[in-house]
Design a protein around this ligand. Structure first.
Ligand code: MLT
Length: 204
């Protein structure tokens, strides 16, 4: 039986013992964007890759924003709930474990929202260029959930103070957080790839 959803998505089955990866693309991306990256950093995992449903001038995103770095929080919460429903549904349908999110930019921000608003949905997360997605981060608990946050020290879109606010909130939740700040901007580098590979292999 086919899994019914109104998300466009890719589901690619892989290892039954390793956690799947939930791939969450950046603004203007789609469900195919992060497949090669996932194969490079964590070969053999089941991949679940939805496309964000919001369109900003034709560019898919996971939630609306009012300006760069200023989010429509009501929409963000609604979209996080909707995405959590998709993740629960597809994992139950295929009988797979809670996935590890791997998100870039807007995808990393919705992954951070899933961690805060739906604790327990994810088995871990790799957040590439993420910031605190809500002005008032709720109190939540994520005991020992492994999270890798990689920020760019010169990222013009994600002020470091906002990345640090997210890091503080994750630490307070009890997550096993590694926060690395690289001497780079918004784009990913070879160093990001190395950090992701090491982090994901350590979970195997
Ligand atoms: C966001 O809107 O989530 C951030 O500003 C990053 C992005 O432009 O996607």
């Amino acid at each position: 039986m086919k899994f019914e959803t109104d998300f466009h998505f890719v589901f690619r089955p892989g290892s039954a013992t390793l956690r799947p990866l939930l791939l969450l693309h950046g603004t203007g991306g789609n469900e195919h964007d992060l497949l090669d990256l996932a194969d490079a950093v964590a070969p053999g995992r089941t991949l679940i890759s939805p496309r964000g449903k919001v369109l900003e001038h034709g560019m898919p995103r996971f939630f609306k924003r009012l300006a760069e770095g200023v989010f429509d929080e009501a929409d963000l919460r609604r979209r996080a709930d909707e995405l959590a429903g998709f993740v629960n549904g597809i994992c139950t349908h295929h009988g797979v474990q809670a996935p590890v999110a791997l998100g870039f930019s807007n995808g990393a921000n919705i992954a951070a929202a899933l961690l805060a608003l739906h604790p327990g949905l994810l088995g871990g997360a790799v957040l590439l260029r993420a910031m605190a997605p809500l002005k008032d981060m709720p109190a939540f608990t994520l005991p020992q959930t492994p999270v890798l946050l990689v920020s760019g020290g010169q990222d013009p879109m994600i002020p470091l103070a906002q990345a640090e606010r997210l890091a503080a909130s994750l630490r307070q939740a009890g997550a096993a957080l590694t926060h690395e700040t690289l001497p780079t901007g918004h784009g990913l580098t070879q160093t990001d790839i190395g950090l992701m590979s090491r982090f994901l292999s350590a979970q195997e």
